[in-house]
Design a protein. Sequence first.
Length: 87
Amino acid sequence: MISVDTGTVHIAATTRTKIISLHGFSLPEHTMPISSKSVNICTYEKCSPCVSKIYSNNQICKDIRCMNNISPEKVLWKVEEILSEQK
């Protein structure tokens, strides 16, 4: 399963599902799913984590480089890494 850090990731962590969790405005150290089968991808931007900043000011972040900088190639590399471990 590939997903951003949402409830879906945490539900999947209760199963045997392999997870690639994409973190932008939250840091994986703070919200990662508790599963030995999860891999987290985060770019660790200077403005991360911004969850508390967003909700305390009722503002929405318009600078989403934290997610835009997670390249499809990096996600694909992680998928290939996980699949190669199965062989």
